[in-house]
Design a protein around this ligand. Structure first.
Ligand code: URA
Length: 250
């Protein structure tokens, strides 16, 4: 493993682990480069000692991080649900100046980050938060949080093809886990179906459909666990209720 990868790969285990610079930036205090500067200036303590390495691994549930002697976990947590429209990047800033999800967010002090990603051409439910531990649990593959998508395929898909999506298809990064698939309708020789998967691999739904020799024409994430996009208009946001946050935590 290269030195760079070794530094970026968290130690094994199922605890939420992040580098110190990420913990600081994700607490809503500033960017990662600002966080590195604070560490360099000796303003950051971990478990009572000044820490000089911004890449040090932090256990979010055990380590105590202070900035200027103030605990960073005292930040108020914010949980937003965004109905991401097609054509927006799930990134903070695009070097090519394309539209990003941050163009859609109401002005906020805290730095909110997306929990997982949706492709440029995917629309639907995206959660943004400054609660690192919450985000870690939701994206950790070991927790198998179900995500549901509405898919329009470029061809008619037979019952056997939908069955193979249910059982799992072979992708270049390994077979997919069992999925729940429901045919919704046939429209002009194209199949519309819903699929619930418990993984979050890169472009997973698109690649699963491509494994059937079809393409995805439209992809909308309609739910994460029991939280549904409902009537929220494309481009709009709303805060998650306390109950919704608690349900997702479980
Ligand atoms: N699967 C995809 O292929 N794309 C997404 O954006 C989300 C899931």
């Amino acid at each position: 493993m290269s030195k760079r990868n070794a530094a970026q790969t968290p130690p094994p285990g199922d605890r939420p682990i992040k580098t110190l610079e990420r913990v600081l930036s994700r607490a809503g205090l500033g960017s990662r480069s600002e966080a590195r500067r604070w560490v360099g200036e000796g303003r950051v303590k971990v478990n009572g000692r000044v820490e000089g390495d911004p890449n040090r691994w932090i256990d979010l549930e055990r380590d105590r991080v202070l900035l200027d002697d103030r605990p960073i976990e005292k930040q108020e947590h914010v949980y937003l649900l965004l109905h991401k429209p097609k054509g927006y990047l799930t990134t903070y800033r695009d070097p090519e100046g394309r539209k990003t999800i941050y163009d859609l967010l109401p002005d906020r002090q805290q730095y909110l980050f997306p929990v997982g990603r949706l492709d440029l051409d995917t629309s639907g439910l995206l959660i943004l938060t400054n609660d690192t531990a919450f985000a870690e649990r939701l994206t950790n593959p070991d927790y198998h949080v179900p995500k549901t998508y509405l898919v329009k395929a470029s061809t008619h898909l037979s019952d056997e093809q939908l069955d193979s999506l249910r059982r799992g298809v072979e992708l270049r990064d390994g077979p997919t886990r069992p999925a729940i698939v429901t045919r919704v309708r046939e429209s002009g020789g194209r199949t519309v179906f819903t699929i619930t998967i418990t993984e979050g691999r890169n472009r997973q739904v698109r690649r699963m459909v491509e494994a059937l020799d079809a393409k995805v024409l439209k992809l909308v994430r309609t739910a994460i666990g029991p939280i549904e996009i409902g009537e929220l208009a494309a481009g709009a946001t709303r805060e998650l209720t306390r109950d919704e946050v608690d349900v997702l935590r479980r």
